[in-house]
Ligand binder design. Structure first.
Ligand code: 6A9
Length: 770
């Protein structure tokens, strides 16, 4: 009996990691139940295409290339957003998340403008029309050929079919189809202006949505037109393989290619079969009119929400601001699949349950998937624009919480998402946290949208509340430190000798230097502040719901008690807040070459520790982490510590630059240091918008609350805000993009691009919404 119990107990432990928190989900309406957000640009990682919010959807998309540039290696075919494509720029310039969008893509001075408009009607999500126009900057590429491919595809497990409609000359005139959720539909292609040089199609079986480009490349042919010697690259037509019994299989991928000379413009219209009382088509001039109306409404709403005109911003600044908002909104994706997760009880990675995720993404090119702590920052901007969208995003994320109260940090759902992630980053481990930034979003919503919440979204908070408590409890039990009221990020590797300072990916600040020798004595000041902040917000939500729970208030009071905080985290040496742990600064990376005769290993870079570490404050890492008691507004307004933090903030030897605050003090021995031979410094000097935004927000807070440092805070508020806005805008004008982070010396852009994730918070700085 004992053995049987033991086995079933083990079985129980093993399944905890991938058991959902509850069968009752927060997302109660999805798919066709939310008709106005059914279709959308939910494939964050491609330049242009629409799909629906269904687990398995019909997808549409755009590819393009310049025939004379499609090199031997065929690398010139554009489809997924890739930094290697080296586009001059691309971004949604306007996008409201519901009805329409306007995107500009500039590829070597050729301008592709992709727009779409949706129209409700019928029972299956209504109609939409898209336009793709190609022009060129100063007409310099006019007359040159470009090939546009527009495709329709369904995953193999979608119940339904699509088929190419061919005209007399075996040319594709349109696509029709029928799926369970869409019913019947037709998709037509119209020329708006310009002449067609070549028009061909492909109907094929694509093994997966992750290989559509390969399927196209495989089916490009050279052809001549009658009576001409000019070569054309064409699609290979009907390529449907026969199945074993000699019958044709069904195509799940149909593409049409139009080659034209710049400038030209095509239109794709999708019409839903159940939309029977349509008075006119959403094409031609009707489309122009509809688009114009939506753009006007967008402009008006934009000004109403952010008030940039009335604040005196000029046209090009406002255009930039619309772009950062729109590209954030326009890159919201809908993913479906199961993550790969692991716990100490599973033998290896196991699949999480299959689930949808509606979420924004940090970067359409480099990280087109959901990241937990990024999303809490995205939520500030999104809820300012469209609260309903944000609440839906939050619901989706909290439905991904398991029975333990854990939410995985990175969400890699579905073939398209998985294709972008190197193997070693896929598995998510259930001991690992990531800052609970959704509390920032919730706080922001309570602060700015209180009326709307009380009127319409009380139920949302009521439903969320139990999950929030469980989530909080997970943090407050699994991430605690060795002594009471201290906290420690899990997931650091205390055994490696490869890293100059073992990374803390879970904190979100990856290579930000912490104690050199991770062990249980560590205490992390940022995590402690996150928990204090979370307790505060959860308490506020409980009050709002008339379910006050003193437990959270007491936790908040306890963790924000300044004298206890100072006892645990105020370093007497440097007079700064700091982590504590087993530490030495005397470490360096050195290349060790094995003795000449050993063929075993090549030379490798390892960490040399030149002094025994001791328990102490990590004084040498002044930077974002040291600011947390300030950033999360835990320092009392009259505390001398506040004066010192403010004084340090403006010190150019530490964090202050004219482009924003750098992540790590210039005088730190880790400043701009590589973490391994190949790991360039990341959070070791560069300027990041998310924490700069929070710092500006904190200076705003302390400049509006009575205390001896009010004026000082105000001065810093004004300067820091101005510096950040100026640099991000300047670099956008210079490079065409918004970036992941910025250099601290010249403000130059760094990391991935476009990164309209948290860098878009620049808009909230412009609008002064905190
Ligand atoms: C790399 C390579 C094509 C790192 O913005 C997302 C995260 C942040 O949450 C985190 O705080 N970024 C920051 O330190 C990017 C993480 C990307 C990891 C995966 C895969 C892709 O190759």
């Amino acid at each position: 009996i004992a053995i049987a119990t033991w086995f079933s107990y083990r079985g129980y432990l093993e399944t905890r990691v991938n058991t959902p928190y509850d069968v009752n989900k927060l997302v109660t309406a999805s798919g066709l139940d939310v008709p106005d957000r059914y279709w959308g640009t939910y494939r964050s990682g491609i330049y242009f295409g629409l799909k629906t919010r269904d687990p398995h959807s019909l997808v549409t998309g755009l590819m393009w290339y310049f025939p004379h540039l499609l090199r031997q290696d065929r690398s010139g075919l554009r489809h997924w957003c890739e930094q290697n494509d080296r586009l001059d720029r691309y971004a949604w310039m306007e996008h409201d998340g519901r009805n329409f969008g306007v995107q500009e893509i500039v590829d070597n001075s050729a301008i592709l403008t992709t727009t779409f408009v949706k129209r409700p009607g019928g029972k299956h999500g209504g109609d939409w029309t898209a336009r793709i126009s190609v022009t060129s900057e100063d007409k310099i590429r006019d007359g040159e050929e470009i090939s546009l491919l527009f495709y329709t595809a369904i995953e193999e497990n979608v119940k339904g079919w699509i088929k190419a409609n061919l005209g007399d000359e075996k040319q594709l005139t349109g696509v029709e189809g029928n799926t369970q959720s869409l019913g019947s539909f037709i998709i037509n292609l119209n020329m708006i202006h310009g002449t067609v040089e070549e028009h061909s199609f492909l109907a094929a079986v694509a093994p997966g949505l992750n290989v559509l480009k390969e399927t196209v490349l495989h089916n490009l042919r050279i052809a001549f037109h009658k009576g001409s010697t000019k070569e054309y690259i064409v699609l290979a037509g009907d390529q449907i393989p026969l199945s074993i019994d000699g019958k044709k299989r069904d195509a799940n991928f149909i593409a049409t290619q139009i080659t034209g000379k710049i400038p030209f413009e095509i239109e794709i219209s999708y019409e839903s079969g159940s939309f029977i009382n349509r008075v006119d088509k959403l094409t031609g001039q009707n489309y122009d009119r509809a688009l114009k109306t939506h753009r006007k409404l967008f402009d008006e709403k934009f000004e109403k929400v952010f008030k940039l005109k009335s604040k005196g911003y000029v046209e090009e600044e406002i255009e930039f601001a619309k772009m950062v908002l729109s590209n954030m909104i326009g890159s919201i994706g809908y993913f479906y699949g199961s993550s790969q997760v692991q716990s100490q009880y599973t033998k290896g990675p196991v699949p999480y349950w299959k689930a949808p995720l509606y979420t924004a993404v940090p970067s359409r090119s480099f990280f087109p998937r959901g990241f937990l702590w990024d999303e809490g920052f995205h939520g500030l901007l999104i809820s300012a624009w469209d609260l309903e969208i944000e609440l839906d995003i939050i619901n989706h994320w909290f439905d991904l919480m398991n029975v333990e109260g854990w939410i995985p940090r990175e969400m890699i759902l579905g073939q398209e998402a998985l294709a972008k992630v190197p193997e070693e980053f896929v598995t998510q481990v259930n001991t690992n946290a990531n800052p609970p930034t959704f509390f920032l979003t919730l706080h922001f919503i309570l602060k700015h949208k209180q009326e709307e919440v009380l009127e319409k979204h009380f139920q949302f908070f009521d439903n969320l509340y139990p999950r929030l408590q469980t989530w909080f409890n997970w943090f407050n039990t699994t991430q605690t430190g060795d002594i009471p009221s201290t906290y420690r990020w899990r997931g650091r590797d205390g055994t490696t000798n490869k890293e100059l300072n073992p990374k803390t990916l879970t904190s979100g600040l990856d290579d930000y230097p912490r104690a050199s020798h991770p062990n249980i004595d560590e205490r992390h000041v940022d995590l402690r502040c996150w928990i204090a902040f979370a307790a505060h917000i959860i308490h506020q939500i409980g009050e709002m719901l008339n379910q006050p729970n003193n437990k959270y208030y007491e936790t908040y009071q306890y963790l924000s008690d300044n004298s206890l905080l100072n006892k645990l985290h105020w370093s007497p040496n440097t007079q700064t807040y700091a982590d504590f742990g087993l530490h030495t600064d005397k470490v360096l990376l050195r290349k060790v070459t094995p003795p000449p005769k050993s063929h075993a290993q090549p030379s490798e870079t390892v960490r040399i520790v030149m002094e025994d570490p001791t328990l102490k404050y990590v004084d040498s890492s002044f930077g974002y982490v040291s600011l947390f008691p300030f950033i999360l507004q835990i320092i009392n307004p009259d505390s001398p510590q506040l004066g010192k933090v403010l004084q340090d903030l403006t010190n150019p030897d530490l964090l202050w630059t004219k482009h924003g605050l750098r992540s790590l003090a210039k005088i730190s021995p880790f400043y701009m240091k590589y973490n391994t031979e190949h790991d360039a410094p990341y959070w070791r000097g560069a300027i990041w918008m998310n924490l700069n935004y929070l710092t500006v927000r904190a200076t705003h807070y302390y400049s509006n609350i009575d205390g001896p440092y009010k004026e000082e805070a105000k001065k810093i508020y004004q300067n820091l805000r101005k510096n950040l806005i100026q640099n991000v805008f300047k670099q956008y004008k210079k490079t065409g993009y918004v970036w992941e982070n910025y250099g601290d010396v010249h403000g130059e852009p760094k990391g991935s691009h476009p990164f309209t994730g948290w860098t878009s918070l620049v808009l909230l700085l412009m609008a002064e919404i905190y």
